[in-house]
Ligand binder design. Structure first.
Ligand SMILES: Cc1cc2nc3c(=O)[nH]c(=O)nc-3n(C[C@H](O)[C@H](O)[C@H](O)COP(=O)(O)OP(=O)(O)OC[C@H]3O[C@@H](n4cnc5c(N)ncnc54)[C@H](O)[C@@H]3O)c2cc1C
Length: 443
Protein backbone atom coordinates (compact mmCIF):
# COMPACT_ATOMS: atom_id res chain seq x y z
CA UNK A 1 0.00 0.00 0.00
CA UNK A 2 2.79 2.39 0.97
CA UNK A 3 4.27 2.66 -2.53
CA UNK A 4 0.90 3.91 -3.74
CA UNK A 5 0.96 6.84 -1.34
CA UNK A 6 2.10 9.65 -3.57
CA UNK A 7 2.88 13.19 -2.57
CA UNK A 8 1.36 15.94 -4.67
CA UNK A 9 4.16 18.45 -5.12
CA UNK A 10 2.04 21.56 -4.93
CA UNK A 11 1.23 23.04 -1.54
CA UNK A 12 -2.09 24.77 -1.05
CA UNK A 13 -3.26 27.57 1.19
CA UNK A 14 -6.53 25.79 1.75
CA UNK A 15 -7.84 22.28 1.09
CA UNK A 16 -11.64 22.16 0.98
CA UNK A 17 -13.26 18.77 1.65
CA UNK A 18 -16.66 18.27 0.01
CA UNK A 19 -18.02 19.57 -3.30
CA UNK A 20 -21.58 20.52 -2.41
CA UNK A 21 -22.88 24.08 -2.58
CA UNK A 22 -20.99 25.04 0.62
CA UNK A 23 -17.60 23.68 -0.41
CA UNK A 24 -17.85 25.06 -3.95
CA UNK A 25 -18.73 28.58 -2.82
CA UNK A 26 -15.93 28.32 -0.24
CA UNK A 27 -13.45 27.36 -2.98
CA UNK A 28 -14.64 30.26 -5.15
CA UNK A 29 -14.55 32.70 -2.24
CA UNK A 30 -11.01 31.77 -1.25
CA UNK A 31 -9.66 31.69 -4.80
CA UNK A 32 -11.13 35.16 -5.45
CA UNK A 33 -9.26 36.38 -2.36
CA UNK A 34 -6.07 35.16 -4.03
CA UNK A 35 -5.52 31.93 -2.08
CA UNK A 36 -4.28 28.72 -3.70
CA UNK A 37 -7.16 26.33 -3.20
CA UNK A 38 -7.83 22.65 -3.86
CA UNK A 39 -11.22 21.01 -3.35
CA UNK A 40 -11.67 17.27 -3.06
CA UNK A 41 -15.07 15.67 -3.65
CA UNK A 42 -15.42 11.92 -3.20
CA UNK A 43 -17.92 11.55 -6.06
CA UNK A 44 -19.44 13.95 -8.54
CA UNK A 45 -19.92 17.58 -7.68
CA UNK A 46 -23.34 17.90 -6.08
CA UNK A 47 -23.48 14.15 -5.42
CA UNK A 48 -24.36 14.76 -1.75
CA UNK A 49 -27.38 16.65 -0.47
CA UNK A 50 -26.98 19.67 -2.76
CA UNK A 51 -27.79 17.73 -5.94
CA UNK A 52 -30.72 15.86 -4.40
CA UNK A 53 -32.79 18.51 -2.66
CA UNK A 54 -36.13 20.15 -3.40
CA UNK A 55 -34.69 22.77 -5.80
CA UNK A 56 -36.32 25.70 -4.10
CA UNK A 57 -34.72 29.12 -3.69
CA UNK A 58 -36.49 30.18 -0.56
CA UNK A 59 -37.97 33.65 -0.33
CA UNK A 60 -37.61 33.13 3.42
CA UNK A 61 -41.40 33.03 3.92
CA UNK A 62 -41.34 29.41 5.10
CA UNK A 63 -39.34 30.40 8.18
CA UNK A 64 -40.90 33.74 9.17
CA UNK A 65 -42.77 32.38 12.17
CA UNK A 66 -40.22 30.02 13.67
CA UNK A 67 -36.74 30.94 12.42
CA UNK A 68 -36.41 34.67 11.72
CA UNK A 69 -32.65 34.56 11.24
CA UNK A 70 -32.91 31.94 8.46
CA UNK A 71 -35.84 33.78 6.92
CA UNK A 72 -33.80 37.00 6.72
CA UNK A 73 -30.73 35.18 5.35
CA UNK A 74 -32.81 33.43 2.66
CA UNK A 75 -34.50 36.71 1.68
CA UNK A 76 -31.26 38.63 1.17
CA UNK A 77 -29.39 35.70 -0.43
CA UNK A 78 -32.27 35.19 -2.88
CA UNK A 79 -31.55 38.68 -4.21
CA UNK A 80 -27.78 38.05 -4.41
CA UNK A 81 -28.26 34.75 -6.27
CA UNK A 82 -30.61 36.34 -8.78
CA UNK A 83 -27.84 38.83 -9.54
CA UNK A 84 -24.88 36.43 -9.79
CA UNK A 85 -26.56 33.19 -10.89
CA UNK A 86 -29.40 34.45 -13.11
CA UNK A 87 -29.33 31.63 -15.74
CA UNK A 88 -29.87 28.96 -13.10
CA UNK A 89 -32.93 30.38 -11.36
CA UNK A 90 -36.54 30.54 -12.52
CA UNK A 91 -38.69 33.21 -10.88
CA UNK A 92 -41.81 31.12 -10.59
CA UNK A 93 -43.04 32.91 -7.48
CA UNK A 94 -44.65 30.95 -4.70
CA UNK A 95 -48.08 30.68 -3.13
CA UNK A 96 -48.78 29.91 0.50
CA UNK A 97 -52.23 28.44 0.27
CA UNK A 98 -54.67 28.62 3.13
CA UNK A 99 -56.57 25.35 3.09
CA UNK A 100 -59.75 25.46 5.14
CA UNK A 101 -58.64 24.84 8.69
CA UNK A 102 -55.21 26.48 8.41
CA UNK A 103 -56.65 29.91 9.29
CA UNK A 104 -55.25 30.15 12.81
CA UNK A 105 -51.76 30.58 11.42
CA UNK A 106 -52.64 33.28 8.88
CA UNK A 107 -52.20 36.38 11.10
CA UNK A 108 -48.92 35.13 12.55
CA UNK A 109 -47.62 34.44 9.03
CA UNK A 110 -48.49 37.91 7.70
CA UNK A 111 -46.87 39.52 10.78
CA UNK A 112 -43.69 37.50 10.17
CA UNK A 113 -43.58 38.62 6.53
CA UNK A 114 -43.96 42.25 7.62
CA UNK A 115 -41.25 41.90 10.27
CA UNK A 116 -38.71 40.40 7.85
CA UNK A 117 -39.62 42.76 4.99
CA UNK A 118 -40.31 39.89 2.56
CA UNK A 119 -42.41 41.07 -0.38
CA UNK A 120 -45.92 39.54 -0.39
CA UNK A 121 -49.42 39.93 -1.86
CA UNK A 122 -52.60 38.63 -0.27
CA UNK A 123 -54.84 36.94 -2.86
CA UNK A 124 -58.48 35.97 -2.76
CA UNK A 125 -59.42 32.41 -3.78
CA UNK A 126 -60.43 33.70 -7.24
CA UNK A 127 -57.16 35.57 -7.76
CA UNK A 128 -55.16 32.52 -6.69
CA UNK A 129 -57.12 30.26 -9.08
CA UNK A 130 -56.29 32.53 -12.00
CA UNK A 131 -52.58 31.80 -11.62
CA UNK A 132 -52.90 28.27 -10.26
CA UNK A 133 -56.09 26.72 -11.69
CA UNK A 134 -55.75 23.25 -10.11
CA UNK A 135 -55.95 24.43 -6.50
CA UNK A 136 -58.36 22.52 -4.31
CA UNK A 137 -61.89 23.71 -3.58
CA UNK A 138 -60.89 23.86 0.09
CA UNK A 139 -58.37 26.63 -0.57
CA UNK A 140 -59.88 29.80 0.89
CA UNK A 141 -57.13 32.33 0.07
CA UNK A 142 -53.40 32.51 -0.68
CA UNK A 143 -50.35 34.70 -0.18
CA UNK A 144 -47.91 35.30 -3.06
CA UNK A 145 -44.17 35.47 -2.18
CA UNK A 146 -41.00 35.60 -4.35
CA UNK A 147 -40.03 31.89 -4.11
CA UNK A 148 -38.02 30.55 -7.04
CA UNK A 149 -36.74 27.32 -8.54
CA UNK A 150 -33.03 26.59 -8.92
CA UNK A 151 -31.19 24.17 -11.21
CA UNK A 152 -28.70 23.03 -8.59
CA UNK A 153 -26.30 20.90 -10.65
CA UNK A 154 -25.96 23.60 -13.31
CA UNK A 155 -25.39 26.26 -10.67
CA UNK A 156 -22.80 24.13 -8.86
CA UNK A 157 -21.01 23.32 -12.13
CA UNK A 158 -20.86 27.04 -12.84
CA UNK A 159 -19.41 27.78 -9.37
CA UNK A 160 -16.84 24.99 -9.95
CA UNK A 161 -15.87 26.44 -13.33
CA UNK A 162 -15.62 29.96 -11.81
CA UNK A 163 -13.41 28.69 -8.98
CA UNK A 164 -11.31 26.83 -11.51
CA UNK A 165 -11.01 29.95 -13.69
CA UNK A 166 -9.66 31.74 -10.63
CA UNK A 167 -7.00 29.13 -9.99
CA UNK A 168 -8.74 26.58 -7.75
CA UNK A 169 -8.30 22.89 -8.36
CA UNK A 170 -11.63 21.11 -8.26
CA UNK A 171 -11.02 17.38 -8.03
CA UNK A 172 -13.87 14.90 -8.29
CA UNK A 173 -13.68 11.25 -7.23
CA UNK A 174 -11.09 12.18 -4.61
CA UNK A 175 -12.08 11.00 -1.14
CA UNK A 176 -10.52 12.26 2.07
CA UNK A 177 -9.43 9.09 3.88
CA UNK A 178 -7.27 10.36 6.75
CA UNK A 179 -5.35 13.25 8.22
CA UNK A 180 -1.72 13.08 9.27
CA UNK A 181 -1.41 15.08 12.47
CA UNK A 182 1.66 16.59 14.07
CA UNK A 183 1.42 18.22 17.53
CA UNK A 184 -1.79 20.26 17.37
CA UNK A 185 -1.99 20.65 13.58
CA UNK A 186 -2.94 18.72 10.47
CA UNK A 187 0.20 18.24 8.46
CA UNK A 188 -1.29 16.45 5.44
CA UNK A 189 -4.49 14.98 4.08
CA UNK A 190 -4.51 11.48 2.63
CA UNK A 191 -6.91 11.33 -0.28
CA UNK A 192 -7.99 8.33 -2.35
CA UNK A 193 -8.26 8.71 -6.11
CA UNK A 194 -11.50 6.73 -6.53
CA UNK A 195 -10.87 6.13 -10.24
CA UNK A 196 -7.36 4.73 -10.03
CA UNK A 197 -7.55 3.48 -6.46
CA UNK A 198 -4.27 5.10 -5.42
CA UNK A 199 -3.68 7.25 -2.36
CA UNK A 200 -2.34 10.80 -2.60
CA UNK A 201 -1.00 13.13 0.06
CA UNK A 202 -2.01 16.78 -0.08
CA UNK A 203 -0.56 19.59 2.04
CA UNK A 204 -2.28 22.83 2.96
CA UNK A 205 -2.12 25.55 5.59
CA UNK A 206 -5.82 25.30 6.41
CA UNK A 207 -8.22 22.35 6.02
CA UNK A 208 -11.88 23.21 5.50
CA UNK A 209 -14.48 20.58 6.29
CA UNK A 210 -17.62 21.20 4.20
CA UNK A 211 -18.69 17.56 3.99
CA UNK A 212 -22.38 18.33 4.66
CA UNK A 213 -24.05 15.48 6.55
CA UNK A 214 -20.65 13.71 6.57
CA UNK A 215 -19.01 16.65 8.38
CA UNK A 216 -18.86 14.65 11.64
CA UNK A 217 -17.26 11.69 9.87
CA UNK A 218 -14.52 13.91 8.36
CA UNK A 219 -13.94 15.76 11.68
CA UNK A 220 -13.54 12.43 13.46
CA UNK A 221 -10.58 11.63 11.20
CA UNK A 222 -8.85 14.66 12.73
CA UNK A 223 -9.83 13.58 16.23
CA UNK A 224 -12.52 16.22 16.75
CA UNK A 225 -16.23 15.92 17.32
CA UNK A 226 -18.72 17.93 15.29
CA UNK A 227 -22.31 17.02 16.05
CA UNK A 228 -24.76 16.96 13.18
CA UNK A 229 -28.41 16.03 13.27
CA UNK A 230 -28.76 13.85 10.14
CA UNK A 231 -32.34 14.45 9.06
CA UNK A 232 -33.48 12.64 5.92
CA UNK A 233 -36.09 13.95 3.55
CA UNK A 234 -37.94 12.23 0.70
CA UNK A 235 -39.23 13.84 -2.48
CA UNK A 236 -41.79 12.36 -4.89
CA UNK A 237 -41.53 13.22 -8.60
CA UNK A 238 -44.91 13.04 -10.35
CA UNK A 239 -45.49 11.99 -13.95
CA UNK A 240 -46.21 15.48 -15.16
CA UNK A 241 -46.52 19.11 -14.19
CA UNK A 242 -49.54 20.28 -12.17
CA UNK A 243 -48.43 23.64 -10.82
CA UNK A 244 -46.87 26.84 -12.17
CA UNK A 245 -45.69 28.32 -8.89
CA UNK A 246 -44.02 26.79 -5.84
CA UNK A 247 -46.99 25.77 -3.68
CA UNK A 248 -46.58 25.83 0.08
CA UNK A 249 -49.20 24.94 2.65
CA UNK A 250 -49.89 27.94 4.89
CA UNK A 251 -49.03 26.29 8.20
CA UNK A 252 -45.89 25.87 10.36
CA UNK A 253 -43.23 23.88 8.40
CA UNK A 254 -44.35 20.29 8.27
CA UNK A 255 -44.12 17.15 6.12
CA UNK A 256 -45.54 17.10 2.58
CA UNK A 257 -46.35 20.78 2.44
CA UNK A 258 -44.46 21.95 -0.67
CA UNK A 259 -44.94 21.18 -4.38
CA UNK A 260 -42.15 22.47 -6.65
CA UNK A 261 -42.54 22.73 -10.46
CA UNK A 262 -39.28 21.38 -11.89
CA UNK A 263 -38.26 20.26 -15.38
CA UNK A 264 -41.78 19.40 -16.50
CA UNK A 265 -42.63 17.57 -13.28
CA UNK A 266 -44.25 18.45 -9.98
CA UNK A 267 -42.06 17.39 -7.09
CA UNK A 268 -43.69 16.87 -3.68
CA UNK A 269 -41.67 17.18 -0.51
CA UNK A 270 -40.56 16.63 1.97
CA UNK A 271 -40.16 14.67 5.20
CA UNK A 272 -37.79 15.08 8.16
CA UNK A 273 -36.77 11.91 9.95
CA UNK A 274 -33.60 11.26 11.92
CA UNK A 275 -31.45 8.56 10.33
CA UNK A 276 -28.64 6.34 11.58
CA UNK A 277 -26.91 5.74 8.25
CA UNK A 278 -26.47 8.64 5.84
CA UNK A 279 -25.33 6.41 3.00
CA UNK A 280 -28.20 3.94 2.95
CA UNK A 281 -31.41 5.87 2.59
CA UNK A 282 -34.71 4.21 1.87
CA UNK A 283 -38.24 5.50 2.00
CA UNK A 284 -41.29 3.38 2.76
CA UNK A 285 -44.47 3.18 0.66
CA UNK A 286 -46.33 4.68 3.63
CA UNK A 287 -44.04 7.74 3.59
CA UNK A 288 -44.63 8.20 -0.14
CA UNK A 289 -48.39 7.76 0.19
CA UNK A 290 -48.36 10.22 3.08
CA UNK A 291 -46.61 12.87 0.94
CA UNK A 292 -49.14 12.37 -1.86
CA UNK A 293 -52.04 12.56 0.58
CA UNK A 294 -50.77 15.78 2.17
CA UNK A 295 -50.04 17.47 -1.17
CA UNK A 296 -53.49 16.53 -2.48
CA UNK A 297 -55.01 18.86 0.13
CA UNK A 298 -53.59 21.72 -1.98
CA UNK A 299 -53.96 20.12 -5.43
CA UNK A 300 -56.31 17.09 -5.57
CA UNK A 301 -55.05 16.10 -9.07
CA UNK A 302 -51.81 15.00 -7.40
CA UNK A 303 -53.54 11.66 -6.79
CA UNK A 304 -54.33 11.15 -10.48
CA UNK A 305 -50.73 11.52 -11.66
CA UNK A 306 -48.50 8.48 -11.23
CA UNK A 307 -45.21 8.57 -9.38
CA UNK A 308 -42.23 8.81 -11.75
CA UNK A 309 -39.56 8.48 -9.07
CA UNK A 310 -38.67 9.01 -5.45
CA UNK A 311 -35.37 10.45 -4.27
CA UNK A 312 -34.01 11.79 -1.03
CA UNK A 313 -31.09 13.17 0.90
CA UNK A 314 -29.95 14.18 4.37
CA UNK A 315 -29.87 17.64 5.95
CA UNK A 316 -26.66 18.46 7.78
CA UNK A 317 -28.50 20.32 10.57
CA UNK A 318 -26.89 21.78 13.68
CA UNK A 319 -27.49 19.50 16.66
CA UNK A 320 -29.40 21.48 19.26
CA UNK A 321 -30.32 20.18 22.69
CA UNK A 322 -33.71 18.48 22.64
CA UNK A 323 -34.87 19.73 19.20
CA UNK A 324 -35.99 17.32 16.45
CA UNK A 325 -35.52 17.69 12.67
CA UNK A 326 -38.36 20.17 12.04
CA UNK A 327 -37.66 22.47 15.03
CA UNK A 328 -33.94 22.84 14.42
CA UNK A 329 -32.92 26.20 12.94
CA UNK A 330 -31.82 26.23 9.28
CA UNK A 331 -29.06 28.71 10.11
CA UNK A 332 -25.42 27.69 9.92
CA UNK A 333 -22.31 27.71 12.10
CA UNK A 334 -18.63 27.87 11.16
CA UNK A 335 -16.30 26.35 13.76
CA UNK A 336 -12.60 27.05 14.00
CA UNK A 337 -11.23 24.12 15.97
CA UNK A 338 -8.67 24.58 18.76
CA UNK A 339 -7.10 21.25 17.98
CA UNK A 340 -6.16 20.74 15.20
CA UNK A 341 -5.62 24.48 15.07
CA UNK A 342 -5.66 24.64 11.26
CA UNK A 343 -9.09 23.12 10.68
CA UNK A 344 -12.48 24.72 10.11
CA UNK A 345 -15.83 22.89 9.93
CA UNK A 346 -19.20 24.20 8.75
CA UNK A 347 -22.60 22.82 9.73
CA UNK A 348 -26.23 23.65 8.91
CA UNK A 349 -27.61 26.08 6.37
CA UNK A 350 -29.61 25.69 3.18
CA UNK A 351 -28.79 25.49 -0.50
CA UNK A 352 -30.28 28.99 -0.72
CA UNK A 353 -27.69 30.31 1.75
CA UNK A 354 -24.71 28.32 0.42
CA UNK A 355 -22.97 31.40 -0.97
CA UNK A 356 -23.23 33.20 2.37
CA UNK A 357 -21.85 30.14 4.11
CA UNK A 358 -18.89 30.15 1.71
CA UNK A 359 -18.32 33.83 2.49
CA UNK A 360 -18.40 33.24 6.26
CA UNK A 361 -15.97 30.35 5.95
CA UNK A 362 -13.79 32.54 3.72
CA UNK A 363 -13.74 35.24 6.43
CA UNK A 364 -12.57 32.75 9.06
CA UNK A 365 -9.88 31.26 6.79
CA UNK A 366 -8.67 34.71 5.67
CA UNK A 367 -8.25 35.73 9.33
CA UNK A 368 -6.32 32.53 10.03
CA UNK A 369 -4.04 33.33 7.07
CA UNK A 370 -3.53 36.94 8.20
CA UNK A 371 -5.25 38.34 5.10
CA UNK A 372 -7.54 41.36 5.11
CA UNK A 373 -8.89 40.69 1.59
CA UNK A 374 -12.68 40.89 1.48
CA UNK A 375 -15.08 38.36 -0.04
CA UNK A 376 -16.08 39.05 -3.65
CA UNK A 377 -18.69 36.34 -4.31
CA UNK A 378 -21.59 38.71 -3.58
CA UNK A 379 -20.82 40.57 -6.83
CA UNK A 380 -19.05 37.90 -8.91
CA UNK A 381 -21.30 36.99 -11.83
CA UNK A 382 -21.05 33.25 -12.48
CA UNK A 383 -20.33 31.89 -15.97
CA UNK A 384 -23.21 30.66 -18.09
CA UNK A 385 -22.97 27.06 -19.26
CA UNK A 386 -23.46 26.06 -22.85
CA UNK A 387 -26.10 23.42 -22.31
CA UNK A 388 -29.72 24.43 -21.76
CA UNK A 389 -30.37 24.45 -18.03
CA UNK A 390 -33.69 22.64 -18.25
CA UNK A 391 -32.03 19.40 -19.20
CA UNK A 392 -28.96 19.70 -17.09
CA UNK A 393 -30.52 18.81 -13.81
CA UNK A 394 -32.44 15.64 -14.14
CA UNK A 395 -31.52 13.82 -10.96
CA UNK A 396 -32.77 10.47 -12.11
CA UNK A 397 -31.02 9.54 -15.37
CA UNK A 398 -27.83 10.88 -13.80
CA UNK A 399 -27.87 7.91 -11.47
CA UNK A 400 -28.51 5.41 -14.30
CA UNK A 401 -25.64 6.86 -16.28
CA UNK A 402 -23.06 6.86 -13.50
CA UNK A 403 -21.47 3.55 -14.51
CA UNK A 404 -20.88 4.67 -18.07
CA UNK A 405 -19.59 8.01 -16.86
CA UNK A 406 -17.09 6.39 -14.52
CA UNK A 407 -15.74 4.24 -17.35
CA UNK A 408 -15.16 7.22 -19.61
CA UNK A 409 -13.66 9.14 -16.72
CA UNK A 410 -11.33 6.32 -15.91
CA UNK A 411 -10.07 5.92 -19.49
CA UNK A 412 -9.47 9.65 -19.82
CA UNK A 413 -7.63 9.97 -16.55
CA UNK A 414 -5.35 7.02 -17.38
CA UNK A 415 -3.73 9.22 -20.00
CA UNK A 416 -2.92 12.00 -17.55
CA UNK A 417 -0.18 12.37 -15.01
CA UNK A 418 -2.21 12.37 -11.85
CA UNK A 419 0.30 14.68 -10.11
CA UNK A 420 -0.89 17.28 -12.47
CA UNK A 421 -4.12 17.97 -10.72
CA UNK A 422 -4.61 21.14 -12.73
CA UNK A 423 -5.15 19.14 -15.87
CA UNK A 424 -6.97 16.42 -14.01
CA UNK A 425 -9.54 18.78 -12.58
CA UNK A 426 -10.01 20.51 -15.91
CA UNK A 427 -10.59 17.18 -17.60
CA UNK A 428 -13.13 16.27 -14.95
CA UNK A 429 -15.06 19.45 -15.39
CA UNK A 430 -15.18 19.16 -19.16
CA UNK A 431 -16.17 15.51 -18.90
CA UNK A 432 -18.93 16.50 -16.56
CA UNK A 433 -20.17 19.01 -19.11
CA UNK A 434 -20.16 16.34 -21.80
CA UNK A 435 -22.04 14.07 -19.46
CA UNK A 436 -24.72 16.66 -18.98
CA UNK A 437 -25.04 17.04 -22.77
CA UNK A 438 -25.59 13.30 -23.01
CA UNK A 439 -28.46 13.63 -20.58
CA UNK A 440 -30.02 16.14 -22.93
CA UNK A 441 -30.32 13.53 -25.65
CA UNK A 442 -31.65 10.96 -23.22
CA UNK A 443 -34.65 12.99 -22.16
C1 LIG B 1 -34.75 16.55 1.49
C2 LIG B 1 -34.09 17.89 1.48
C3 LIG B 1 -34.64 18.93 0.74
C4 LIG B 1 -34.02 20.18 0.75
N1 LIG B 1 -34.54 21.17 -0.01
C5 LIG B 1 -33.96 22.39 -0.03
C6 LIG B 1 -34.49 23.41 -0.85
O1 LIG B 1 -35.46 23.22 -1.59
N2 LIG B 1 -33.85 24.61 -0.82
C7 LIG B 1 -32.76 24.87 -0.05
O2 LIG B 1 -32.27 26.00 -0.05
N3 LIG B 1 -32.22 23.89 0.73
C8 LIG B 1 -32.79 22.66 0.75
N4 LIG B 1 -32.26 21.67 1.52
C9 LIG B 1 -31.04 21.93 2.30
C10 LIG B 1 -29.81 21.90 1.40
O3 LIG B 1 -29.96 20.94 0.40
C11 LIG B 1 -28.54 21.61 2.21
O4 LIG B 1 -28.48 22.42 3.34
C12 LIG B 1 -27.29 21.87 1.35
O5 LIG B 1 -27.42 21.32 0.06
C13 LIG B 1 -26.06 21.29 2.04
O6 LIG B 1 -24.94 21.52 1.22
P1 LIG B 1 -23.49 21.09 1.67
O7 LIG B 1 -22.56 21.53 0.62
O8 LIG B 1 -23.26 21.60 3.05
O9 LIG B 1 -23.58 19.50 1.77
P2 LIG B 1 -23.53 18.42 0.58
O10 LIG B 1 -24.22 18.90 -0.64
O11 LIG B 1 -23.97 17.11 1.13
O12 LIG B 1 -21.99 18.37 0.22
C14 LIG B 1 -21.06 17.67 0.99
C15 LIG B 1 -20.17 16.90 0.03
O13 LIG B 1 -19.09 16.30 0.76
C16 LIG B 1 -18.74 15.11 0.10
N5 LIG B 1 -17.96 14.26 1.01
C17 LIG B 1 -18.38 13.60 2.10
N6 LIG B 1 -17.38 12.94 2.67
C18 LIG B 1 -16.27 13.18 1.92
C19 LIG B 1 -14.92 12.76 1.99
N7 LIG B 1 -14.49 11.92 2.95
N8 LIG B 1 -14.04 13.19 1.04
C20 LIG B 1 -14.45 14.02 0.04
N9 LIG B 1 -15.74 14.44 -0.07
C21 LIG B 1 -16.63 14.04 0.86
C22 LIG B 1 -20.08 14.50 -0.30
O14 LIG B 1 -19.95 13.57 -1.35
C23 LIG B 1 -20.89 15.74 -0.66
O15 LIG B 1 -20.90 15.99 -2.06
C24 LIG B 1 -32.85 20.40 1.52
C25 LIG B 1 -32.28 19.34 2.25
C26 LIG B 1 -32.90 18.10 2.22
C27 LIG B 1 -32.30 16.97 2.97
Amino acid sequence: MHHLLRMIKMRFDALVIGGGITGLFTALDLSLRGFRVALVERGLIGGGTSGKMHNLIHSGARYVTNDIESATECASEGKVLRRIARPFIRDTGGLFVDVDGDDEFYGEFINGLKKTGIEYRELSREEALKIEPRLSESVVRAVWVPDGVVYPLSLMTSVAVAAHDNGAIIGQFLKLEAFELRSDKIERAVVRDMVKGELLRLEADVYVNTAGPWVGEVAEKAGVEVSVLPTAGAMVVLNGLLNNLVLNRLRPPSDGDIIVPFNGHSVIGTTASLVESIDELSFSDEEIQFLIEEASAMVPDVKRYGVKAVYGSVRPLIKMGGAGGREVSRKFEVYRHDKPANMVSAVGGKFSTGRLMGESIGNVVARMMGSSKESRTREYVLPELREPRDFADHNLPLIDEDAHFLTSLSSTSQGLASDNLWIYSLALISLMRLHRQKLMRLD
